[in-house]
Design a protein around this ligand. Structure first.
Ligand SMILES: Cc1ncc(COP(=O)(O)O)c(C=O)c1O
Length: 375
């Protein structure tokens, strides 16, 4: 038997739903266009398979966080842009491979311009403006002057300009509204000085859902990551109707009857109130199950909810099988996902863990096999 054919723990990624989600987002934001954000290996789900499906569905551009990710996607033939920052030492290779670069200040623009000239090329860039994220980019207060200087540099194609929101998950949020206003005003001021950018973008998934004004002209692109997977931030509105593409699964590896008073797991945090049939599943926190599910979460076996008892461990989790008397060794177990009222959502895990949904899907461990279905 090929050992790789039977993973103990795997995540099914429904590519048909991914395609539907992308199309729904694209239709909702049209005539704006969609940059698919595939950083961190497409939020841990596998950047190349995800990218290929999105290309098939009509996407025309990708965004990533760092050069390694950009080089991985570049052979697929679409423009790939780095959203964050680039280091001077990374610029030669980025220019050589035609990666779209962020300009986050004047010195980096000068470096890119110089290197592009050295290679006899024109480097395509998007200028990043800091309207309140406070992380990267040209502060909006100095943007007009800095952009004038950037425009004077040779060998640059200033294709785009963009900014990012820290709080677009809160519908009607005053800071986000202020950012939209400031950025729009900047675009107008730039236009009146003759600086027009073909690509102007600010909306991420949250803003697409909560701030339609961040998707209207002259804003003609959006950057969406988490919504592609049918996952939304816990807060805020849901203008989009998306379906989760993820089901995290494992198998039942032990079934036992234990006596009343037996304790379960590290810390002995659960004591059986009666003689009970319990099961052990082959997934734990190393696979991305939040420790916070201990004594609180449940899994689905044969469509029925089985409460997690005791503390999760690295590789195994113990569940009550009282609702599933017919359970058998090797049964498939849904840890996350499922259909209907029993569905275990990414959001419910995020709330139990006291985190946000991004952290949940980026936390599936290395041994969780990524399995692509529905294509
Ligand atoms: C600059 C930038 N744009 C867009 C995104 C995509 O965000 P989301 O996954 O919320 O759509 C991110 C992700 O963090 C980002 O850093």
């Amino acid at each position: 038997m090929n050992p790789s054919t039977h993973p103990r723990v795997w995540v099914d990624i429904d590519l048909a739903r991914l395609r539907d989600n992308y199309r729904h987002i694209a239709e909702t934001v049209a005539p704006a266009q969609v940059i698919g954000i595939l950083k961190a290996d497409a939020y841990g789900l596998g950047c190349l398979p995800i990218a290929r499906v999105l290309i098939g569905a009509g996407i025309t551009r990708f965004g990533v966080a760092d050069p390694g990710e950009a080089f991985q996607l570049a052979p697929l033939g679409l423009p790939v842009q780095i959203l964050g920052a680039v280091l001077p030492r990374e610029i030669p290779d980025l220019v050589r491979h035609g990666i779209v670069m962020p300009i986050t200040d004047l010195p980096i623009a000068q470096e890119i311009s110089h290197e592009a000239g050295r290679q006899g090329k024109t480097a395509r860039c998007h200028i990043k403006i800091d309207t309140g994220m406070g992380r990267l980019g040209i502060p909006i207060t100095t943007a007009l002057d800095v952009i004038r200087s950037i425009h004077a540099l040779p060998n640059l194609e200033l294709e785009g300009i963009y900014t990012h929101f820290p709080m677009a998950d809160r519908e009607g949020n005053a800071m986000t509204r202020r950012q939209v206003k400031d950025f729009r005003r900047l675009l107008q001021q730039l236009e009146s000085r003759g600086h027009v950018f073909p690509c102007c973008h600010m909306a991420n998934s949250d803003a697409i859902n909560n701030f339609p004004q961040a998707v209207r002209k002259p804003l003609n692109w959006v950057r969406t990551g988490i919504n592609l997977y049918g996952v939304c931030d816990s807060e805020g509105g849901r203008r989009l109707h998306l379906r989760s593409v993820l089901t995290l699964k494992t198998r039942l590896v032990a079934l036992r009857e234990l006596e009343e008073g037996s304790t379960i797991g590290y810390g002995a945090t659960y004591r059986l109130p009666r003689r009970m049939r319990i099961g052990t599943i082959s997934a734990g926190y190393a696979d991305g199950l939040p420790l916070a599910l201990s004594n609180r979460g449940y899994v689905l076996i044969r469509g029925r909810a089985c409460p997690i008892i005791g503390r999760l461990s690295m590789d195994y989790t113990t569940v009550s099988l009282e609702q599933v008397p017919d359970a058998e060794l090797g049964d498939e177990v849904i840890c996350l996902g499922g259909e209907g009222p029993q569905e275990i959502t990414v959001d419910s895990w995020a709330q139990l863990k006291g985190t946000h949904p991004y952290d949940i899907i980026c936390s599936f461990g290395n041994r969780v096999r990524r399995c692509y279905t529905g294509d």
